[in-house]
Design a protein around this ligand. Structure first.
Ligand code: PXG
Length: 306
């Protein structure tokens, strides 16, 4: 039994306690890098290819060349999981600018630093019931799309950190952030949806959101279930007066919004639309066709042996 999980770091697998990078890495010095948070459920990495695509898109936007091909990156994630014998996991995939001078200018940096952390997660699916979150609309706004856009999943999460601090101070579970114009944008690490008169509404790209992979899959799910879903700007009033609201994201799947800035949303519990979508999504995440298998090679070998 290996005692410590292994971390992939620049081409090697090293024990967690030895997985270290330089203090001169610009990922640390300037938040200059990109990342993905991914989950594996029951031996399948949910939407791994989509996460890897988003990683390369984020990298392209900051002109960071990832020193390996996309296919190899997909392989590296599944290989790290296999090394750790993990079927259910939280995965953190990070590429930084690498080590360089003490200057914001990335020109002095060599090759990017790539690492993959895989941590065990107890359950192979989400809990039976969704979380219900009390929230507050924070004074901290999402950065505009022509600024340090959140469409880039970069290592700069201070904007989200400031919002979380404000939520902590307000003694609620989670922040809701507005865009620079005052329209509802998203949470610190989750996209937001609301339900009004049977229509499901979610803020569009122009509201400075990250293009969430869960968001995308839930939109598709709404359409499959013949629920009308619209991407359009949402005012705080519309959120306060919604019949239901929920967040989407890798860590929780869907989470109900119970309250926003002291105002109860619907019954303050889990509304029927949120419940239905949560139940369906909970079933979707471990389907092999929704992701990339971790143990494909071994499974084929096992089948052949029989
Ligand atoms: N908005 C923001 C700003 C995010 O960071 C989402 C929306 C939801 O996107 P996905 O693709 O997950 O549906 C995110 C995702 C972490 C962590 O450890 C953060 C995210 C995902 C996983 C882990 O903080 N953010």
């Amino acid at each position: 039994m290996q005692s410590e999980t292994l971390v992939y770091l620049n081409g090697e697998f090293v024990p967690k306690s030895e997985a270290k990078i330089s203090v001169f890495d610009h990922g640390l010095l300037y938040g200059d890098g990109v990342f993905e948070g991914i989950r594996a459920f029951g031996g399948s990495v949910f939407k791994l290819k989509e996460h890897v695509d988003r990683l390369y898109q984020s990298a392209a936007c900051i002109e960071l060349e990832i020193p390996m091909e996309r296919e190899r990156m997909v392989e590296t994630v599944t290989e790290t999981l296999r090394k750790n014998n993990l079927r259910d996991s939280y995965i953190r995939l990070v590429v930084t600018r690498g080590s360089g001078d003490m200057s914001v200018n990335p020109a002095s940096c060599g090759e990017g630093t790539v690492f993959v952390i895989t941590e065990p997660v107890a359950s192979s699916t989400f809990p039976k019931d969704p979380r219900i979150l009390k929230t507050v609309i924070t004074s901290v706004r999402r950065d505009p799309v022509d600024s340090t856009s959140h469409e880039i999943k970069s290592l700069n999460y201070l904007n989200s950190v400031l919002a979380v601090l404000e939520a902590n101070r307000a003694k609620v579970d989670y922040p809701v952030m507005l865009d620079h114009r005052g329209f509802v944008s998203e949470g610190s690490t989750m996209n937001i949806f609301l339900v009004k008169d049977g229509i499901i509404i979610t803020p569009p790209s122009s509201s400075g959101i990250l293009h969430g992979i869960t968001r995308e899959r839930v939109i598709e799910l709404c359409r499959d279930l013949k629920n009308q879903v619209v991407e359009r700007e949402v005012t705080p009033f519309e959120l306060y007066t919604a019949d239901e609201a929920f967040f989407t994201g890798t860590l929780l799947g869907l989470a109900a919004v119970g309250e926003v800035s002291g105002k109860r949303i619907g019954t303050g519990g889990v509304g029927p639309v949120t419940r239905r979508l949560y139940d369906e999504f909970r079933d979707i995440v471990s389907r092999p066709e929704e992701g990339t298998p971790i143990f494909r090679v071994e499974k084929i070998r096992q089948v052949r042996k029989r």
